[in-house]
Write a protein that binds this ligand. Structure first.
Ligand SMILES: Cc1cc2nc3c(=O)[nH]c(=O)nc-3n(C[C@H](O)[C@H](O)[C@H](O)COP(=O)(O)OP(=O)(O)OC[C@H]3O[C@@H](n4cnc5c(N)ncnc54)[C@H](O)[C@@H]3O)c2cc1C
Length: 397
C-alpha cells in the first residue's frame, strides 16, 4: 500500500501496539488512540508463549520482556483433589530451539510498558476515547470523547472486547457473559513463608480451575487467577473488590498444596468473563478489526493476547503487501481465521494441556513468516459502508 496512507489504530493494547510498531517500521504514518489517560499496572499477569515472543522479537522487545518477566522452568497441570500430575511441559534451551522462542510469564503493566517502546515516540494519543467515526471526503473522521478529532485513510479497530469500531461498522451487540468470574490476586512471594511451588501450575477442578505463577525472574512476585461459575454479573464495573476468604471458600476442597498458596494471597479483585460467538466478519470498507475486537475468547488457553499479537504481524504484512485495502483485509482474515478458530474452540472446551497435548502447531507457528492465504474473489470484503463489511460466514458456538 502507498506509504502515505494514514492509519489510525484505535486501542493501545497488545494488538494495537504490535500492528502500529510493524506499520511504522514499514514507513506508514500511524497514530494510536487510547482511551486510558496512561498505562496503569492493573493487577494481573499474562502468559506469552513462543509464538507471541517470536513476533515481539521483530519489534526489538524480546530481551527486555525476558529480563522483566520470568522464563518459567515448567508448566504443570494438577488434579484439584489428589494433586496428581495430569500433564507437564518443561521450558529449557531445547524447547526454545524447538518452538523458536521462549515462554514467559509477566505482569501486564510491565508488558505494556515494554511494548510501548516498540512504537515511535509521541504516536500514542492517551485520553482519546473513540466515540464516532464518519466518512468525510473519502477519508475517515474520528471523534473522541475529549472533543478532539483526527483523520485517517484506514482505521484499525484494536479496541478490545467492547470495541467501538466493531459497534459502528460491524455489529452493535454487546459481548456475552459466559457464566463465570475470575478471582485475581498479585502478592509477594515472601508471603508463602518459604513454601516452594513450581513456576506455573494449573489446578483443574470439575467446574473451576486456578493458575498460580511467578511473574518475575527473581521469583518475588506471584499472580493467581481462579475461575469459578457465577450465575450473573449485574455490574457495569470492569472488576469489583473481592476477598481472600471468598476465594478460599470457592476452592475449599482443593488440594492442600494449593490451599497454602491461597493463604498467602492479600488483595483480591473479581472480574467477569465475557466472550462472543465466533463471527468471521472482521472488516469493512477501509476498516479492519483485530484481537479481542473481532475474536474475543475465553481465557482458558491463555492465548487471547498471543492471538492479538499474531494478528498484528499478519495484518501489517498484508497492508504492506497489497495495494488495495480490500485485498489486504481479505488476505489477513483468510490467513488468521482458521488458526484463531482452533484457539477459540480449545479455549471454549478448556482442554489445553489438561492431558497429553500436541503443542507444536501452536508454539512453533511464526506469524512473521507463515504463508499468507489467498482468499477466493467471492470472499473479498464488501466495499460498503457501516455494517456492510462481512467476510465469510458467521458461525455460532
Ligand atoms: C482473566 C483473563 C486472563 C487472560 N490471560 C491471558 C494470558 O495469560 N495470555 C494471553 O495471551 N491472553 C490472556 N487473556 C486474553 C488477553 O488479555 C486478551 O485477549 C488481549 O488483551 C486482547 O488484546 P487486544 O489488544 O485485542 O485488546 P486489549 O488488550 O483489551 O486492548 C484494547 C485497548 O483498547 C482500548 N480501548 C477500548 N475502547 C476504546 C475506545 N473507544 N477508544 C480508544 N481506546 C479504546 C483499551 O483501553 C485497551 O487499551 C486473558 C484474558 C482474561 C479476561
Amino acid at each position: 500500500m502507498n506509504r502515505k496512507t494514514q492509519i489510525a489504530v484505535v486501542g493501545a493494547g497488545l494488538g494495537g501496539l504490535t500492528v502500529a510498531g510493524f506499520l511504522q517500521r514499514a514507513g506508514f504514518p500511524v497514530m494510536v488512540y487510547e482511551q486510558a489517560p496512561t498505562f496503569s499496572r492493573i493487577g494481573a499477569g499474562i502468559i506469552l508463549s513462543a509464538n507471541a515472543m517470536k513476533v515481539l522479537r521483530r519489534l526489538g522487545v524480546e530481551d527486555e520482556l525476558v529480563r522483566t518477566g520470568i522464563k518459567p522452568q515448567c508448566y504443570v497441570s494438577r488434579a484439584w483433589d489428589t494433586g496428581a500430575t495430569m500433564y507437564e511441559i518443561y521450558f529449557d534451551a531445547a524447547s526454545e530451539k524447538r518452538f523458536g522462542g521462549p515462554y514467559i510469564n509477566i505482569h501486564r503493566g510491565d508488558l505494556h510498558d515494554v511494548l510501548a517502546q516498540a512504537v515511535a515516540p509521541k504516536t500514542i494519543a492517551f485520553d482519546h476515547q473513540l466515540v464516532d467515526v464518519k466518512k468525510s471526503q473519502g477519508r475517515y473522521l474520528l471523534s473522541f470523547r475529549n472533543g478532539g478529532t483526527a483523520q485517517a485513510d484506514i482505521v484499525i479497530g484494536a479496541d478490545g472486547i467492547r470495541s467501538k469500531v466493531r459497534e459502528i461498522f460491524i455489529d452493535d451487540r454487546p459481548p456475552r457473559f459466559i457464566g463465570a468470574v475470575a478471582h485475581r490476586a498479585i502478592f509477594s512471594a515472601e508471603r508463602l513463608g518459604g513454601f516452594k511451588i513450581p513456576d506455573c501450575t494449573k489446578w483443574w477442578g470439575r467446574d473451576r480451575h486456578s493458575l498460580p505463577y511467578y511473574m518475575t525472574g527473581r521469583r518475588d512476585e506471584l499472580y493467581v487467577i481462579g475461575v469459578v461459575p457465577a450465575r450473573e454479573w449485574d455490574s457495569e464495573a470492569v472488576s469489583l473488590p473481592g476477598s481472600r476468604e471468598a476465594m478460599m471458600a470457592d476452592f475449599a476442597d482443593f488440594h492442600p498444596d494449593y490451599q497454602r498458596v491461597l493463604r498467602a494471597v492479600g488483595t483480591v479483585t473479581v472480574w467477569p468473563i465475557f466472550d462472543r460467538a465466533r463471527d468471521d466478519r472482521w472488516s469493512g470498507d477501509r476498516v479492519v478489526l483485530m484481537g479481542d475486537a473481532c475474536h474475543p475468547m475465553r481465557p482458558f488457553m491463555a492465548a487471547g493476547g498471543a492471538m492479538a499479537i499474531e494478528d498484528g504481524a499478519v495484518l501489517s504484512r498484508c497492508i504492506v503487501h497489497f495495494d488495495d485495502p480490500a485485498e489486504a483485509f481479505a488476505c489477513y482474515a483468510a490467513t488468521r481465521i482458521p488458526r484463531v478458530a482452533d484457539v477459540q474452540r480449545i479455549s471454549l472446551e478448556n482442554s489445553w494441556m489438561r492431558g497429553p497435548t500436541d503443542t507444536d502447531w501452536f508454539y512453533c507457528y511464526d506469524a512473521c513468516t507463515a504463508e499468507l492465504a489467498h482468499p477466493s474473489p467471492s470472499a473479498l470484503p464488501l466495499a460498503g459502508e457501516a455494517k456492510a463489511g462481512g467476510l465469510g460466514t458467521a458461525e455460532s458456538h
